[in-house]
Write a protein of this length. Sequence first.
Lengths: 345, 267
Amino acid sequence: MAARLGFPWAAGALLLLLLTAMLTAAGMGFMNIPVQSVAKAVGSRCFPSLGAGLDSAVVAVVLDVRLPRIVAAVLVGGMLAVCGTVFQAILLNPLADPYTLGVSSGAAFGASLAIVLQVAGLALPQSVSVPIFAFIGSIAALMAVLTLAAGDRRLSSSSLILSGVIVAAILSAAIGFLKFLADEQVSIIIFWLMGSLSSASRQDLLLLAPAAAAGSAICLLFSRDLNIMAAGERAAASLGVNTARLRWTLLLTCSLMTALCVAVSGIIGFVGLVAPHLLRHLAGPDNRRLIVLSFLGGGLLLLCADTLTRAVLPAEVPIGVLTSLIGGPFFACIFKRRQQDNGGF
Amino acid sequence: MAASDLLWQLEDVSLARSSRSVLDAISLTIRPGRWCGILGPNGSGKTTLLDLLCGLLEPDSGTLTYRGQPLRQWSRRQLARRVALVPQDFALRFDFSVREAVEMGRHPHLGRLASMTAQDYALADAVMTEMGVAGLAERPVTQLSGGEKQRVAAARALVQEPEALLLDEATSNLDIRHSLAILSLLRRRVDEQGLTVVAALHDLNLAGLFCDELLFLKHGQVVCCGETEAVLRPEVIHEVYGVQAQVRQDAFTGCLQVSCKMGNGEV
């Protein structure tokens, strides 16, 4: 096994990298802005004197157009990665991700329904109805999964995963039917399903930021219990962990965080799977550290992907496609390497 | 002896799962500072009984108290400060180091926001040394051998500073040397520090070597219960396991030892 990085070093390096990436990304795009100007524009919010001599268009582009999307990318990526960490630890499954409990299928169904209802004459604008329906859909799917799994009083990981699979299968058939009904509008559904941060606004940040802070704090508060879950149900209980209550608390917290992310950005795969995985490999499995590192790493990963599609590629590719196209093969490489390392996963 | 001086008291405890009775009218008292062995064939309810004792299951009927107080009134955390469990197969899902795994034993003693103090670290180090795993401290537990894993499991349980230790066939997958090593270390704790051990066992000879008293279970019922010298007898072994047995006072170990064979026409 590779030597583990010290936590302060790893966290410091990631934070520095993330801030640099945010400043750099704010300068990239159709209008190229040097980093100094970006920094001045950001600083001018607090100290108006810094903004002197800057083109007001530059300030507007940085602060009103690019930064909300950049911050949204970091928050969404961070939250998805934290949720991935928690889901993997709770379900004792390194392949679990924030969507394991059907949150994404529910959201997809909700969004598709909103788009179809639009065709049928729903009066709300799409930018409002789709996120709301997606959020409601994901919560409903989560409730269905938890109700289905709750017959097992210990809420074991296998009954949770199985319930997730059942609900997702039913929903995916329903989504297929909605696509069929949507007729010419089907491309809107497909685009939404592939995820995008292009519509992220300041209002979204007002939702995302408190959710990210509160949700991550709750996960951190229970991180030592989460470590002990790795010992399995029985051993964890004998070490004083109330396993069923822990599962309920953290699954609900993370699913709400995920549902919020989905409502803002559509379905973005692989960030919640890859970031915790990579960081666990580098910094060890202790969730007290991993949750912090995952937030920073996930945010960085999604920001890079979003900047790539926004400012580098000639046309905007849906970000969910990009994360999976890059993340997938990358993940395949880690998987092969680890198989060779210790003959298992 | 006052009720709060006794550890577990079971009266008429029964438990059924999917309408099949797993434990049937068990009455039992476990006193501190003793090593109690639970013996019985596969499926006789040994593990279920241990699950009851550490509060993972609740009885359908009967009363179950710990230190004179109904077990259900103990929170998981409170109980974990007094009772620790060593499972048959120690496993951790992720690559935690041996040190991290052993330190998990301090969990019930730490507040939610607190972290380990110098005392906690010193205790973990001392126990790792006692169990002979100090040299493995930085190794990932997933790479340990079976014997090493069970030592880590025992170390984690002792770091909990329990007054009672439950062993669920904790050494049945180990070779005789590793089994004896772990059990002897625990026996010393019983003799010198008054630890209480309740151990589900398969091996009658290990039971003869280590246990002060024995409880024989069959089909969820107590067949026989008492001091090892009094109850480790051929008739009891025949009734519980359906094999012919000879029990002798062994000069080499100084304990009761058992030889078994299938009786004629009993295969």
